[in-house]
Structures are given as C-alpha cells and as structure tokens.
Ligand binder design. Structure first.
Ligand SMILES: Cc1ncc(COP(=O)(O)O)c(C=O)c1O
Length: 415
C-alpha cells in the first residue's frame, strides 16, 4: 500500500484498462453461464447505502431503513405466493441462500445430532448445494443424487423409492432440494409431485429458484413455477433474474420464525439494542455487520416499477424460444430440450468424437467474433453449448447475431 495518496484521475486511469480486460458481463451480448445485467439504479443505491453507512442488522439501529429492506423482502415473499408469517433474508447470492436453507431445515427437522440425515437432489442440481451441505456439516454420504427424465427434471418415483429405501436402512430423510430452473438447461422439477411425496414423508422442500424464480413475474409465470408457493423455503437471486449487480441473493422461508431458530445468537455487548419479541436481520441470518443491501433491491423496483421487469422477463423467454426454433430447424444442430425458461442447450450434430472436438472449436470461433459470448457445459457426459438470455440489455439483434454466428461457423466446421 502506498504511503502517500494519489489524485483520483490517476487511479481511475489505471482502473479503466483493468475493467476492460474482462468478460463484459453487463453487455447485451453476454449469453454465457447465468447473465446478470447490472441495473444502474442498484449502483446508485449502493453508493447511498455505503456512503451513509447505516446498519440495518439490528432494527433499532436504523428502524426505517430496516423496514425498507423488510418491505423489499416482503415483496419477494408475495411474488412467490408465500403466506403471512413468511420471512426472508438478503444474502450475497444463491450459494449462501442455499447454505442457510440447509441449516434451517437441519435445525427444524434433525436437531443437533444430524449425521444420519439425508438430502435429496437431482443430477442437474447446482453444485453449490453439495458444497453447502458439506459446510453445514453433512458427510458426503448424506447426499442422494437422483436421476432426471429426458427433459432434465427430477424423477418423482426415484425420490419416493430413495426415501423409502433410506428409511428402511434407519437413516433420516429430511430435505429435498427441487430445481426451479437448472443452470444447464433451465429445467423445472415437478414441484407438485415432489411436494406430495415430501409431505407424505415429512420432508422439508427447498426450491432452488436462484435462476428461475423471477420468471414468475412474466405473464403466465405462475403456471411455469406452479407449486413453488407451497415450498418451505426458496432461494432467489435478484442478481440474476432481476438484472441487479452481483452480490444479491435471497432466502425466503415459509415459517419465518424458523430462520431465527437456526441463526440467532446473543451477547451482552448488544444488550442496548436487543428488543424483546423483535427479530432483526442479524437474528435471522449468519451475518452481523454487513451492507444495507435492501436498498439495491428496493430502489430499482420503486424507480422503474415492477411492470418494467415483467416486460423484460417476458422478452427473455421469447428470445430463447426464438433461438431454440432457429437451431431446431437447422439440421447441423441437435437441441437438447425445448426451453422451459430462457436457456437453450445444444450441440453439433456429428459423430460423438467429432462433436467433442468440434464443439469447443465452435464456441471459440463464435466468441472470437466478439458480438456474443456463450459458454459450454457437459450434459449426460456429453459436451454442449448454451445460450442463456437474461440481461435487460439483450434484445433480438444480439440473439440473432448468436444464431447467425453459430450457423456460419457450424457450416464452416462441418463442411
Ligand atoms: C440454479 C442455481 N443455483 C444456485 C446458484 C449459485 O448462485 P450464486 O452464484 O449467486 O452463489 C446458481 C448460479 O448460477 C444457479 O444457477
């Protein structure tokens, strides 16, 4: 660290090229992984929140600002159809939301001696769930990875069978993590069937809707994610489906008090602000000191109105649908599934060895054009490319660029 300070212009001059040497995740051509967007109003909110540096973890420390965050989280609970009594916390992202969900379910259903607990997930579940289970103290054998169907959705009969089997072996099934939009293909697990089985066996149902949840805002969205309103907890990522800058996840819990039972701590040095009967965010989450992150969620919604987000999400669904139709009708591509949300996964139609070799080359060539940026994955062990449309800056022109680039480069590669 320098002993003496320097003028801001000099420092910014160094920062500019550093920012330029990066993926432009806020650009319209970013169709890789799960795009965010970086809504400007959140940057403004962060500036106000960090410059005033108010503390919202304890309600008494900034009652109205804490209520702003509570209100914004309440909007998310209402959007997901959760009842009165539900509560939520804002986290840094989906990984930590899933972590707190596992800890909450563990505390509610297993108590302190939980090594025989079993968590059910599918082979398409995001890897942060396995990571979270490990961090929550579960041995690897606690995870039961279930097969998916031809559309990458968890197979309910496999869940039922696995639960019975584990019970018969004296283990304690307690949690099923259902996908409401997988990362690979946007698949939505059959929530009503999962809930029916879970209720019959007294399991907690957590929906990982980090990517898919906000599509409930689009017309017909409630039907897309039907059953999510019955889940015990839900992970949402406003830094995905609400296009906010990285660093904002949410965990919503049907029985809000369960968050406090899992996370609350006490100490004499906070006695001045301890309020009988009131639960602040520090009581509901793993964090104590943290930023006033509710403002980066509240401000864009108030400034733009939720209709703007509905419109954007509807456009993303139809753009993915359009890309799917273009690739499906082109004999050079094999599309893995009709989009359930805004992701299209596909591969070159070629003998397996060629597809494994040519797929990465196709990706390299398309990205080298610098109009769009796609990413790849492996699905059922085979190489696949993905288009994920989820930035408010992405419109038809860019998705068209992606399709044109794919067609031209595929033609060049396949001859
Ligand atoms: C379905 C799903 N769950 C969880 C996560 C992890 O979220 P985060 O990256 O915000 O920690 C992701 C990230 O892409 C995801 O797509």
């Amino acid at each position: 660290m320098p002993e003496a300070g320097r003028p801001l212009d000099d420092v910014l001059a160094r920062l500019g090229p550093a920012i330029a040497k990066s993926y432009n995740t806020a650009g319209p051509g970013y169709l890789a992984y799960i795009p965010g967007g970086g809504v400007y109003a959140s940057a403004l909110a962060d500036f106000v929140a960090t410059a005033t540096n108010r503390y919202v973890g304890v309600t008494a420390a900034a009652p109205v600002l804490a209520q702003v965050e509570e209100t914004a989280v309440g909007w998310l609970c209402a959007l997901m159809g959760l009842p009165e009594g539900s509560r939520g916390i804002l986290t840094s992202g989906g990984s930590l939301s899933n972590f707190s969900a596992i800890v909450t379910a563990r505390e509610e259903l297993l108590g302190e001696d939980f090594q025989d607990g079993v968590i059910y997930l599918s082979e398409e579940t995001h890897h942060c769930v396995a990571k979270a289970a490990r961090l929550a103290g579960f041995p690897r054998a606690s995870l039961r990875t279930l097969p998916t169907d031809a559309r990458f959705r968890l197979v309910p009969s496999a869940l039922e069978e696995a639960v019975r089997d584990d019970r018969a072996r004296g283990r304690r099934p307690f949690l099923v993590v259902a996908n409401a939009g997988t990362t690979n293909t946007g698949a939505i697990d059959p929530l009503p069937e999962v809930l029916r089985i879970a209720r019959a066996h007294s399991l907690w149902v957590h929906a990982d809707a980090a990517y898919g949840g906000f599509f409930r805002l689009a017309p017909g969205g409630e039907g897309l994610l039907g059953g999510i309103e019955e889940c015990d907890s839900i992970t949402l990522d406003p830094h995905k489906g609400l296009f906010l800058p990285y660093g904002l996840g949410a965990l919503l819990v049907r029985d809000g008090a369960s968050l406090a039972r899992a996370h609350r701590g006490t100490a004499s040095y906070v006695q001045d602000v301890a309020e009988e009967g009131s639960l602040g965010f520090a009581d509901l989450s793993p964090e104590l000191s943290r930023d006033f992150r509710g403002l980066r969620l509240w401000l864009p919604l108030v400034l733009h109105g939720v209709a703007a987000f509905r419109e954007q999400l509807a456009e993303k669904l139809s753009l993915a649908r359009w890309a799917f139709e273009q690739l499906r009708d082109d004999g050079r591509f094999e599309v893995l599934d009709e989009p359930q949300l805004s992701i299209v996964a596909f591969r070159l139609r070629a003998p397996e060895a060629d597809a494994e070799r040519l797929g990465p080359e196709l990706l390299r060539r398309v990205n080298a054009r610098k109009r769009v940026f796609l990413s790849s994955t492996r699905i059922a062990g085979r190489y696949a490319l993905r288009i994920c449309v989820l930035s408010f800056r992405t419109h038809e022109d860019r998705v068209r660029d992606a399709v044109v680039a794919l067609r031209e480069e595929a033609a060049a590669l396949l001859g």
